[in-house]
Design a protein around this ligand. Structure first.
Ligand code: DQA
Length: 147
């Protein structure tokens, strides 16, 4: 059985579909998780889909992925712009890392233009709405197939 792809979501993404739908769209995180699970099945992959509002919990999942995960797709939400600790945890992970943002962070406030996670990510998707998760998953399957 191949190791699962970890799909990790940071703070406030539990409110997806409710919070600023003009920026983040109407789909809920549960719907995103369902879409990812069915695409993963098509791709012959499995996923572990998590969300937390707590930085330490996200770091614990990244550390767990060191032994249990094949790759990490991460939308660190606001921690993207602040968390050296998440960057350090990702740097201790050997597999592919893809960074996803639902909105185009480069078109938004200047404080969103900086991403610590991008210093580690093998690829970044921003501004494709929640489709970004599916695109990242397809790319992850390709990267894992090349290893
Ligand atoms: C986000 C962009 C971040 O700047 C923001 O803090 C989020 C979500 C996105 O998916 O567009 O919470 O990561």
């Amino acid at each position: 059985m191949p190791k699962p792809i970890y799909i990790l979501n940071g703070p406030n993404l539990n409110l997806l579909g409710l919070r600023q739908p003009e920026v983040y769209g109407k789909a809920t995180l549960e719907e995103v998780a369902e879409g990812c699970a069915s695409l993963a099945a098509e791709l012959g992959q499995t996923i572990r889909f998590h969300q937390s509002n707590h930085e330490g919990q996200i770091i614990d999942w990244i550390q767990q992925a060191r032994s249990e995960g094949a790759g990490i797709v991460i939308n660190p939400a606001a921690y993207t712009h602040t968390s050296i600790a998440i960057l350090d945890a990702l740097n201790a992970f050997d597999g592919p890392v893809l960074e996803v943002h639902i909105s185009n962070i480069h078109r938004r406030e200047a404080f969103r233009h900086q991403s610590y996670v991008s210093r580690r990510a093998d690829g970044v998707i921003a501004g494709f709405g929640t489709d970004g998760y599916l695109l990242a998953l397809r790319r992850m399957a390709t990267l894992l197939g090349q290893r």
